[in-house]
Structure formats: structure tokens, C-alpha cells
Design a binder for this molecule. Structure first.
Ligand SMILES: [Zn+2]
Length: 402
């Protein structure tokens, strides 16, 4: 794909299906969207009273502000605690309930998120943000109908938000496509697909995913406690629902979505694709916002992608002539990169993660994820987990290639 433009694309993890150099691609539409909402959410803070009425009110406002700051810093546990504390002083203001709902959402507690957001909507029924987030919760619970209702309400309250309309438009297409799908479950996955001819494909996919659950789980010593949804589409449905480009082999945007024909047996390509997307799902449950080079590096690592002699030689020359980018330049989305740039970005991601695993062990790489998950920026996470600076890590990786 030329430049990774995909309309309203919500892709988070994407693997390329065919063609050399077969680098998976990535986008961060959902993250961008959530970040936008989080930014707008800050504006929706507790209203400053003209005349502070009581000590309780002042403390409430201070706690809510603190909650927002923790939220911005990505420390959702601290944010949850701050909003909970706020509610001990004033319980009938929407801001703290909304904040607490959001903190729960990011911590993966859908029950808590739904309860608090519903309460916030009850107190302040005209807040489009509240409905927007309720929609996110219901969407994650696979309750597409309620999510659509929430987003319709959000769109009514804020007709100028193109993000809300895009979300609504997409869920309608998704709902339309999936309403007649069959469902298959194991203890860790829910797989949805249409048509009896896909029953066998569904079984194969589930079997591979259970392998991935075990292998990636052992590698990262992490097993998501939430069921992961997997949706199997025909090629055409996949295009319609995801706006994904033709080469795309699958995506992870909170759910694993893959186009699948009438496969009858497991293929190495399918296995790699599912391991790749499943790794994104695991990374996402450890850290909601992960630097792309780490996320893509790990996904390729666990899919078993190798770096061939030719690629190694390219990197060696680049390392010697100082042409390798800094890893900090590979933290953002790879979406806007052209084909060539994306090939290199994926290669560097895999190479640097391999270096990290070989040098420090997967155990410490996992600690980087945990640090990121508790709100550290990349530099601090590497510093704490690997006990060297980001720059030193970057230099060490480059030296290892020469
Ligand atoms: Zn990926």
C-alpha cells in the first residue's frame, strides 16, 4: 500500500498478506481517536465554582484535577484512586464519575466503567463524551447494538464531531455484517464467522490461537484475563468493515479481524498472522499505549519472523555509515510511511527487539512493557527495566549490527 491511507482506519495491528518484503503494517487510528477524546475530556473537567463553597468542594476539585493529571500521564491506577477519593467528598457531580469510568475503562474493568459512566450520564445527560465512552465500553463487550445507540446519542449531542460520526458509521457496517455470524468459543477466545463452510476454518483458527495463547503467554509470562474476540470475514466483508488495503492480511484494533477464505488446513502464513495479531492483543492488555517499534518488534518476534542475510547486510551498512534512525523516531504510528519506509521501520523494530531479548532477556523486555503500562515514558521504562538509558540502548543496538 502506497502511504497507508485508509480513510477512517481504526487499525492498530496489521499484517501484510502477500508480496515481498512482507512487512506487517501498522496504524493507530483507535489510539489517535482515544487520545483526542482524552484531550477533549480534560476540557470537560469539574467546573470551577465562582465562589468556593466549602472545604469539601475544594478537595473534590483538587482530587479531580489530580485524577486528570494521572490520566494524562497514563497512570490509570493513580487516576482511579484520585477520582474515588473525589467522590468521597462530592458524589453527585458528573466529572468524577466520568473520570473514574475512564480510569476503569483503561484498566480493563468494564463493569466498573459501565457503572460510573452510566451514573455520569444520569447526572449530566447532555455530555457527548460520556456517551462516547459508554459506546467504547459496550463495543469492547461486543454489545454492538448498545454501542451504536450510545454513539447515536453522542452524535446527536455533538453533531460537529466527525470522529463520532465515523465511529457510528463503522459500527453500523460492522453490525450489519456480523449480525448473522456464528459464534465459537474457547475459554480464551470468541470467534465469529458467517456460513457453515467456515466452521472448519473457525476451528483451525481457534486451535492456532490457543497455541499462541500458550507460547506468547510463556514468552511474556502474561495471559490476558479478558476473552479476545476474533472475527473472520470474507475478503469483501473485510474490505467493507475495516477499509483495509488489499494487501492486508489481518488487523488488531481491539479485536483480531482477518479475511479468510474457505481454508481447510493450517498454513504457516495463517499461523504467523495469528501469532502476530495475538501478540498485539497481549501487548495491548499490558500497556494501552505502546511505542510502535516495541509493539511491532514483539509481534514479529513471536510470529517467528527471521532477518535474512541480505537484510542484515543492509543494516550493517546503514549502521556503519550512521544512517540508522533513532528508535525514538519509531515510536509513533507507521501509518504515514510509504512502502519502503515501512519495510525498514518493521525491520528495525524486529532487529532492536531481538537485540533487547538477546542482551537482556525476555523477562526484562516484559518489564519495559510493565513500566510503560504504569505510565512511564519510553526512556524511563527502559531505564528502570534494562538499567541503561534509552540512548545507550539505541547505541548498543546499532553497535550490534556493525
Ligand atoms: Zn503488527
Amino acid at each position: 500500500m502506497a502511504a497507508g491511507r485508509r480513510g477512517q482506519g481504526y487499525m492498530i495491528g496489521m499484517a501484510r498478506r502477500t508480496g515481498s518484503p512482507d512487512a506487517p503494517r501498522e496504524g493507530t487510528g483507535t489510539h489517535r481517536f482515544l487520545a483526542l477524546l482524552a484531550a477533549s475530556f480534560v476540557l470537560f473537567a469539574a467546573p470551577e465554582p465562582a465562589f468556593p463553597e466549602s472545604a469539601a468542594q475544594n478537595t473534590y476539585i483538587r482530587c479531580v484535577k489530580n485524577g486528570h493529571q494521572q490520566m494524562k500521564a497514563g497512570d490509570y491506577q493513580a487516576a482511579r484512586d484520585a477520582f474515588r477519593e473525589a467522590l468521597q467528598y462530592i458524589d453527585d457531580d458528573a466529572a468524577a464519575h466520568l473520570g473514574l469510568g475512564l480510569a476503569y475503562f483503561h484498566l480493563g474493568d468494564d463493569t466498573g466503567a459501565e457503572r460510573e459512566l452510566t451514573r455520569a450520564a444520569g447526572i449530566s445527560p447532555n455530555s457527548w463524551e460520556t456517551y462516547q465512552w459508554l459506546g467504547e465500553v459496550h463495543y469492547r463487550q461486543d454489545n454492538l447494538e448498545e454501542a451504536a445507540q450510545d454513539w447515536e446519542r453522542a452524535a446527536e449531542l455533538n453533531p460537529s464531531s466527525s470522529e463520532v460520526r465515523a465511529r457510528l458509521e463503522r459500527i453500523r457496517r460492522e453490525h450489519q455484517t456480523e449480525k448473522d455470524f456464528n459464534r465459537d468459543v474457547t475459554s480464551h477466545f470468541l470467534v465469529k464467522y458467517e456460513g457453515r463452510e467456515k466452521i472448519e476454518a473457525g476451528k483451525i483458527v481457534l486451535r492456532i490461537l490457543e497455541d499462541a495463547y500458550g507460547e506468547v503467554g510463556r514468552g511474556l509470562a502474561y495471559y490476558p484475563d479478558r476473552e479476545i474476540q476474533v472475527i473472520l470475514y470474507s475478503s469483501q466483508q473485510f474490505q467493507e468493515v475495516t477499509d483495509a488495503p488489499g494487501w492486508s492480511g489481518g488487523i488488531f484494533d481491539g479485536k483480531i479481524r482477518i479475511p479468510i477464505g474457505g481454508i481447510e488446513k493450517e498454513t504457516p502464513g495463517l499461523r504467523k498472522l495469528l501469532f502476530h495479531e495475538y501478540t498485539h492483543a497481549v501487548v495491548r492488555s499490558i500497556v494501552p499505549r505502546c511505542p510502535t517499534w516495541i509493539n511491532e518488534g514483539l509481534a514479529q518476534y513471536f510470529e517467528g519472523r527471521e532477518i535474512d542475510a541480505h537484510q542484515r547486510e543492509i543494516m550493517r551498512r546503514m549502521a556503519q555509515s550512521g544512517k540508522l534512525p533513532s528508535l525514538s523516531d519509531l515510536e509513533g504510528s507507521f501509518m504515514s510511511l510509504n512502502n519502503d519506509q515501512a519495510f525498514y521501520a518493521y525491520l528495525f523494530s524486529l532487529s532492536s527487539i531481538r537485540y533487547a531479548v538477546d542482551t537482556f532477556g525476555m523477562y526484562r523486555v516484559k518489564m519495559v512493557l510493565e513500566q510503560l503500562g504504569s505510565g512511564a515514558d519510553t526512556g524511563k521504562a527502559i531505564d528502570k527495566a534494562l538499567m541503561i538509558s534509552y540512548e545507550e540502548f539505541d547505541r548498543g543496538w546499532k553497535r550490534s549490527l556493525e
